[in-house]
Design a protein around this ligand. Sequence first.
Ligand SMILES: Cc1cc2nc3c(=O)[nH]c(=O)nc-3n(C[C@H](O)[C@H](O)[C@H](O)COP(=O)(O)O)c2cc1C
Length: 144
Amino acid sequence: MTEKLYILYASQTGTAEDLAFEINDIAQSKNIVTDLKELDDISLEKFKEIKRVMVITSTTGEGDIPYNGELFFEKLFGIANINLSQMRYGVIALGDSSHYEFCKAGRDIDERLKYLGAICILDRLECDYDTKGSIEWLQNFSIY
Ligand SMILES: Cc1cc2nc3c(=O)[nH]c(=O)nc-3n(C[C@H](O)[C@H](O)[C@H](O)COP(=O)(O)O)c2cc1C
């Protein structure tokens, strides 16, 4: 049986959240078992056990993670000794290239997961202002 897909999101003004819900609906329509949550609603203990995860986050402020991912972000960067080699993941980063720190929150999480040993199964998608390409990205992600 395919592992449950965790869809974890952080969103300041709702775009990444809407996308996460849309992706969740599509995944479920393909009979993929999902668990949809805000990033801050998952503990690091639980996160460490996840085998398949998609992280969807926008960037706000000046390169900052949205409010509902801040605690998770701090924990992920604060902990040194975790091994995520059982985890397969992908990141969708939402941003706007008119900002200097384009898609920084998504880029940082992607790099951090890789550093902690998680396996990236599909290259990060960076959405510049709109969310074009994300549904196709999901199709590719879900075949792994
Ligand atoms: C106040 C503000 C600050 C932003 N800062 C950044 C930024 O530093 N880097 C970036 O790539 N995009 C930035 N953006 C663009 C958002 O990431 C983009 O519009 C995204 O689609 C919003 O998603 P959300 O509604 O899920 O938060 C900013 C947008 C706003 C309104």
